[in-house]
Each structure stands twice: as C-alpha cells, then as structure tokens.
Ligand binder design. Sequence first.
Ligand SMILES: [Zn+2]
Length: 371
Amino acid sequence: MINQERLVNTLIDLVKLDSETKFERKVADYAKAKLESLGFSVREDEAGEKIGGNAGNVIGYHPGDGQGKSLLFCAHMDTVKPGIGVKPQIRDGVIYSSGDTILGGDDKAGMAAIFEAIETAQENNIPCGPIQVVFTVAEEGGLLGAKQLEVEKMQPVDAAFSFDSDGMPSDICVAAPHHIAITVTFTGKAVHSGMEPEKGINAIYMMAEAIHNMKLGRIDEETTANFGVVNGGRATNIVTESVTIWGEARSLNKEKVDAQIAHMTKCCEEAAAKFGGKVEVITEEEYSAINLDKDSVIVQMASQAAEKLGLTPNLVKSGGGTDANVFCGKGIPACNIGVGMENVHSMEECLSIEKMAMASKVILELIKAAK
Ligand SMILES: [Zn+2]
C-alpha cells in the first residue's frame, strides 16, 4: 500500500533542504506545508527563539474521526554537520550522500516515513483516530527542541512513537538512561610554587582527591558515571588556582542517578574542605529515562505492528538519549523505533529504502491498531 517511489522522493526533497541544528527553517516550512496539505492543523512553537535557532518545533494535529487512541509520531528536522548541500545518490536500494556531507537520513527518514504512512492512510480511506505529528528542532544539539515542547498546549497523547534510530522498525527502544550532566569547579589559591608553595592551595590536588574517592565508570548494570573533560592551570611554577571538570551520570533508574550525582558532589565538597579550598558543583538534567514495560500498551502496539509485517520485535536498551526520552520525562509514554539509517553522524551515512519503507508500514499499522 505504501508508495515507495513517493516515499523516496519525499526523502530526497528533505535531504536536499539544508537543516543543520538551529537552521531548520527550510525543512520546517516544507513540513508545515506538507502537513497542511494532509489536512492537519499546524503550528510552530517558540522553541526557535528560545534556543537561538531560526525555526521552532512543528506540531500538526488531525482529529481523524475522534475515536480510538491518540497517537503521536515524532522525528527531528535538524542534522549534524557537515550537512550543507547534500547530494543524495541511490545505489542498490540504498541512499547515500556524495561522500563529502552526511546524508541527513537521521532523521529525515523518520519524517518521510511519517508523511508517507499518513498519505497512504488517507488515500486508501483507512479510518484514522486522532494523530499528532511533532517535528522537533535541535535534537542533535542536546534535544533542545523537544525540551521546549509545551505539552499542556498539545492534544492528549496515549502513545508517542519517535522514528529516530538505526536498524529495523522491529528494533524498538524501550529503555534509555536518565542523564545528568555535572560541572565542578575547584578554586584554590595561586602563589609562586618555587618561592612559597605552602601558602597556596592547589586546585589540581583537590580534584585528584575528589576523583580518587569517587566511584566512577560502571556503577551497576543500569548506572554509569564519567568525567570526560578537564581544564585548568596556567604554568608549572604556579600553584593551580582553578580547575574545572565536566562529567555525567546515567542510569535507567532515576533514584540511582540522583544518588550517584549526590555521591560525586559529596566527594568534591570533602576534597575542597580537606585542602581548604572552594568548590562549585553545577548539575543539569540532560534528559529523563525511557523505561517501558514490555506489557505496556505502547510496547505492545509497536511489537504487534512489527509482527503484522512478519518481523520479530526486538526490544532494545539504549545508552543514549533521543526526543523519546524527553517525551517520557514530560509524562508521555514514548519509544524510539528504527527507520533504516546506518553509519549516522558520518559522511558514510546511508539509508536502506526497504527499511525506511518498512518503518512507514509500521506507522500505518499503528494507525490502524489505534482504532
Ligand atoms: Zn537522530
């Protein structure tokens, strides 16, 4: 039923529209026009102004016949760099860039699959319930667009499906971590290290003491922690006044990630106190966990849609975050489904037409199953 040629043409149109993170204007305009042509009421929110981009999230709503579950389909409009002037090429059923840019199938494959499923449903008079489509900005910049979504202004949602993953549409991400970023700045006292070192307080020593006492790396099967960047110091003959370290903690379990961050903070405070220095700890929630029960309505729907197409559902855990994490954090059950992209965030990125078409078929099955 899916029109594969039209699907590919839509994808080609989309990847030719430059949309590196925070410059999604052209794709947002395309998406708005397309959704309007499909009978959706469409609005663009203020995310663009709030994050310093040139477009907001595009939110479309079609009430259908008003019956059945309310579904939300999501994809992101931005791409990583280098994403300017993409020249798509098709070889043996796979779409590539010309090799000097990314392709941008991440996540325009998700957008194209959503458009095609809705268009197919409409032209075949398949009964549809309420459908919301959300195309976000700046996903690649840290889920910035999704974080700005005001769910209270949106229609109610029973299940949200994000199409923003590599692999098959039978690969259903049902678990992804809660992620908290931590930035620590130790401040000591600078003096000449050759003349009066005893009068100084070395921020590097505070940092070393703190890290030495900290549990990091693999904490347990669902929790990890890391410091990955360090900056500080001016010269070998100066007792270091200031050091900043940047790190993170992740866990599928919110309490565990909070406990880990508390532990890291405590080690920093104790180290600063021991040396008589100061410490400032700033934490920021990057995104919430996805932790869906395999018997939940949403996972059942996604699994059954795959099965209808002869695929075996593969419930997967991710170590990273997508817009689906943000939806879950806002109280909307959301999973992330594969849409056939490969080698994402590289110039070798490619997209299997067959898998993208399969994702579109999955969306069509979800629309049918919601009735
Ligand atoms: Zn993506």
